[in-house]
Ligand binder design. Structure first.
Ligand SMILES: Cc1ncc(COP(=O)(O)O)c(C=O)c1O
Length: 330
């Protein structure tokens, strides 16, 4: 079943939505980088330029996924992850913008001190930051907030599928920009957590766009397991949007092999990618997410999977404030 852009927009229009991001984000050509790599033309979809809180994919996602917290009058936006979490930064910024309380129950890990990058900004946005090395302590904080009678909206689990819905919208935007530039992309690369990657794949299949979409992950994983996981998310999103489409693991291409030793641990390829983009295009990546994803694309270009005359799009999901916390490694 194929859907038109207008049909998808009508379906997206039925969801409640906040106004958080500067959209559309730019689509930039990278001629110097493309020349250096000696392969296809690389285009960058600037989801790092969504405006709010130094930008990133969460601004687009939260337009949909945090809307229920407003509609249902939640008191607290909560998030817990690594100390340098981009999502914690966005949770704090969006809470500030909405006039809600924000509590961050992140991990006291090796990038928690000195207070820098995302963590510094999370504090600056006025969040109540309670980092801890114990999962029990973090769970207790959440339970205590609920015991106080507060309605707590966890931006990781609440509105989960709506985050993917937002990137169906993101695909429509990207596709329109490519058509306006008369570019038929041969491949799209994106940092694969869950939502951006899955939303792009759903958008492409709904519009019957035949393009290889490669999701390069920030942490190692068996590719087949992750492909199956993303296909389940895609099927759920189709139910929510009433799309007559079915996804299987074969609809996804994830790569866990550019993540190195683990989440948050920089790789040689990722650091090289950060340097290449900065020095050739004045473009900032980060060592945790976009740098690793970019390194996967660079490796595929160098190994001959892509040729000159072709066009690749890198969807830059942001994360750049982490650069400051990883200054030593970079
Ligand atoms: C910079 C960056 N890129 C990609 C991702 C993956 O996000 P998602 O699963 O929402 O697509 C994240 C998640 O935190 C992120 O911070």
């Amino acid at each position: 079943m194929a859907y038109s852009v207008q049909d998808l927009k009508d379906r997206l229009g039925k969801f409640s939505r906040l106004d958080l991001a500067d959209l559309p984000t730019p689509l930039d050509r990278c001629p110097r980088l493309s020349g250096e790599l000696g392969g296809p033309m690389v285009w960058v979809k600037r989801e790092d330029q969504t405006g709010l809180a130094m930008g990133g994919n969460k601004a687009r996602e939260f337009e949909y996924s945090v809307a229920p917290a407003v509609d249902e009058d939640y008191d607290v936006l909560l998030h817990g992850a690594a100390s340098q979490s981009n999502q914690s930064r966005f949770t704090a910024a969006v809470a500030a913008k909405l006039g809600k309380r924000c509590v961050i129950v992140g991990r006291k890990d090796e990038h928690a001190e000195p207070i820098q990058g995302n963590l510094m900004l999370t504090h600056l946005f006025g969040a109540d930051v309670r980092l801890s090395s114990s999962a029990e302590e973090r769970d207790r904080t959440i339970a205590d907030l609920k015991d106080e009678g507060l309605k707590v909206y966890n931006t990781s689990s609440d509105g989960y599928y709506l985050r993917t819905v937002s990137y169906v919208d993101g695909f429509i935007e990207l596709w329109g920009q490519l058509q306006a530039n008369d570019v038929k992309p041969d491949g799209i690369y994106v940092c694969s957590g869950v939502h951006t990657h899955t939303g792009l794949v759903v958008g492409a299949k709904a519009l019957r766009v035949d393009v290889r979409i490669v999701g390069v992950s920030p942490s190692p994983h068996p590719n087949n397991e992750k492909n199956a996981q993303l296909s389940e998310v895609a099927n759920e999103v189709c139910k929510m949007m009433d799309l007559q489409l079915t996804f299987t693991a074969d609809d996804f291409e994830t790569r866990g092999d550019y993540a190195g030793d683990g989440y948050g641990v920089p790789t040689e390829g990722g650091i090289e990618a950060v340097n290449l983009c900065a020095k050739l295009e004045g473009l900032l990546l980060d060592p945790v997410y976009s740098g690793k994803a970019f390194s996967g694309m660079v490796d595929h270009i160098r190994s001959g999977e892509w040729k000159s005359g072709q066009n690749l799009v890198f969807v830059h999901t942001g994360g750049t404030p982490a650069l400051f916390a990883y200054a030593g490694e970079i």
